[in-house]
Ligand binder design. Structure first.
Ligand code: 5GP
Ligand code: MN
Length: 348
């Protein structure tokens, strides 16, 4: 067995269950969450390349489409998008022996795929770093202290004694997800171990500067103008150290909105001096919801806030959710909720 490169947090029992599951060739489906981000896509593709190197048949399935700035990743052309090809994805899932669910903690996070997954008789394996994971898998590798699911996929390979199987395709995918989930290695979830893993990925062929450019330097003028509008709409509530941004469906339509265009906007609100809680409310007329992204600094838990008010969740400092009220009602309600959190928001 190859030597472990780094200390991992997978327990022995879970490792044994996974080893047993993967003893013989399996038909494996790997699934990320709805509205997949860099960590979801990167971890699924990275794991897929790894499991193939072990002789398994693998297929990545995503609930819906994802931003074009992720569409250069190695293996991305093979992903089946459920929303675009229900028949194929349903058949693939029905035929699978093993289903890996990555970067989410509850089957409610996969949209319409939920019912199909619930009917499946395959063995589930969860690899995830979100808080309060559900218990649906025969092997659950959950660690909320991890920077990203991509970092966990490296530890997963390492725990199986297979870290030496890292290659350029795996490394490029995992590097991308670690980079996007850590805000380019600056969020508190970035540890020295994250950097050690990242160093291994670079040694294995991940090109850090090129990956950064592929993800972040592909802005359209429409997106820049939409950012300008978002910043114009930014409001600060100094008595709660809170800032929020709103975007209407018309704002999006006027700027030829494409998936991923609003990613990162909420961080501008959080970057204001003194602000520890930032939210963006984005109207989505097609789904008849307001999509909400929440960010915080320090101990204020947006995971809790989103669970309590927006049927959502995530991490302490980054979470998402939705509201079925109108945009105006959602914002009015948000402002009316804040006094309940005044202590936490002002004594951080
Ligand atoms: P974002 O605001 O970038 O969409 O998501 C921030 C974090 O919250 C991510 O880790 C994401 O997986 C999680 N998240 C986003 N939307 C939801 C949601 O509706 N429900 C739950 N449980 N988590 C979400
Ligand atoms: Mn993640």
């Amino acid at each position: 067995m190859a030597l472990l490169y780094l200390r991992h947090t997978m327990d022995e029992k879970t490792i044994q269950v996974v080893k047993n599951l993967l003893k013989s060739q399996q038909k494996i489906i790997i699934i990320g969450h709805k509205n997949p981000d860099g960590d979801a896509i990167g971890s699924c593709l990275g794991l897929s390349f790894f499991l193939r190197s072990q002789g398994h048949k693998t297929q990545v399935v995503m609930p819906n489409d994802f931003p074009s700035f992720l569409k250069w990743l190695p293996g991305v052309e093979e992903i089946v998008i459920h929303e675009q090809d229900v028949k194929t994805s349903t058949k693939l899932i029905d035929d699978a022996n093993v289903i890996f669910t990555l970067d989410f903690n509850s089957l409610g996070r996969v949209g319409d795929l939920q019912l199909i997954l619930e009917k499946s008789e395959a063995n589930f394996v969860m690899i995830d770093h979100h808080q309060q994971p559900d218990d649906y898998a025969v092997a659950t590798y959950s660690d909320v202290s991890m920077s990203s699911t991509c970092e966990m996929v490296f530890h997963f390979m390492d725990a199986l004694g297979q870290a030496d199987k890292l290659n350029k395709e795996i490394a490029t995918n995992l590097y991308t997800g670690i980079m996007t989930d850590t805000g380019s290695f600056r969020y508190p979830s970035t540890t020295s171990t994250t950097h050690r893993v990242t160093a291994k990925l670079i040694d294995a062929g991940a090109k850090s500067a090129a990956i950064h450019q592929n993800i972040y330097d592909t802005n359209s003028m429409d997106r820049m103008k939409l950012l300008g509008l978002a910043l114009n709409n930014l409001k600060v509530l100094p008595e709660y150290n809170t800032a929020y941004i709103t975007l209407t469906q018309k704002d999006l339509d006027d700027h030829n909105f494409k998936k991923g265009d609003t990613e990162g906007f909420v961080n501008y609100a959080l970057s204001i001096s003194g602000v520890i809680f930032a939210v963006i409310f984005i109207e989505n007329k097609q789904e008849n919801i307001v999509k909400i992204s929440l960010r915080s600094k320090g101990d204020f838990s947006v995971n809790e806030f989103s669970r309590n008010h927006y049927s959502g969740g995530g991490h302490t400092n980054a979470a998402g959710g939705k509201s079925s009220q109108s945009l105006n009602e959602t914002v009015t309600e948000f402002i009316s909720i804040l006094p309940r959190y005044k202590n936490e928001l002002t004594h951080a």
